[in-house]
Design a protein around this ligand. Sequence first.
Ligand code: SF4
Length: 362
Amino acid sequence: MEAGSIDYKLREEEHKSIVKMLKSRGRDLLHLLIKADEIREEQVGDIVTFVRNQNINFSNICYVGCKFCAFAAREGEKKAYRLTKTDIIAHIQKGKAYGVSEICATAGIDPKANLETYREFLRLVRRHNPSTHIHAFSPFEIKWLARKEGVSIEDVFRELRNEGLDSLCGTAAEILVDSVREKLCPNKLSTSEWIEIITIAHEMGIRTTSTIMYGHIETLHDVAEHLQILRRIQEETKGFTEFIPLPFVHYNTKIYNQGLARASSTGMEDLALLATSRIYLGDIIPNIQVSWVKTGVKFAQTGLAAGANDFGGTLLEERISNYAGSPHGTFLEEKEIVRLIREAGRIPARRNTLYQILEVYQ
Ligand code: SF4
């Protein structure tokens, strides 16, 4: 298989069945949730995993202008920041003291950054917390670095892997439909570019997560197309570790404030998407994650009854959703995650980024 050659054309029957599931409401939704929960039990049992991780968003300076983004700032704006080397070391040491097994890092497309900036970041992590897994950077950052340096995507991955990159974030996917992307993030990468970068990563043995950001301008058909693309990629590469549905956090975003997007998804949509993900993707992507930072902890807990089996991470310090106005905090204590999972009637277990279990809380 050549990178980017995935056949992601719609399969009509699959498409209809996904849309039907996503549309479920009332008792139909309850039936869907029961079905998803039964499939979850068969596929992954009663364990609900989480990861002790830390987010380091090392710069928010970015001129790309994605309309859903409240994180980016222009140089000189009050909220603009670029962490210094000393700041980054302090963050890494804080994570080390907390015992994180994963550092998750991403940044805006900062004109002052280049490949060396990214390599230097990885070196700092390796030097100050050598045993942690580095799960970092989005496909868009990879594309931008390749263009800026005049090298191939493969070269960027090679350079970053040599410095310690372990896995790639499956973000910048938003909705993998170009007509939606043109309105939402016209200057970012196209659907086929996202697929190409992700498949190159997988072929090089770099695992990635997979995501969807929904609840803005997309239709159920767009969501169905997105899910099919992820399935087709996974059938070919087996490179995705998990799927994370991310509801849009609208409060401080341009697209919402201009009246062009809705005020995120409803709780019913969130549950229907989690259940649909389990039913449609669970055999091939068995780890379906709830996002407490987007939905709040109680709703994330409810999502465990809708087919999900992963509670995400402690995060330690998260800025992206926080800037968008998420009222749900930037850090969740491990003991709180354990309590939430137990109270949902399930067994909490701490995992690493690649879903190996590190500790089960009986
Ligand atoms: S989503 Fe990323 S690329 Fe787009 S504006 Fe925000 S920081 Fe920049």
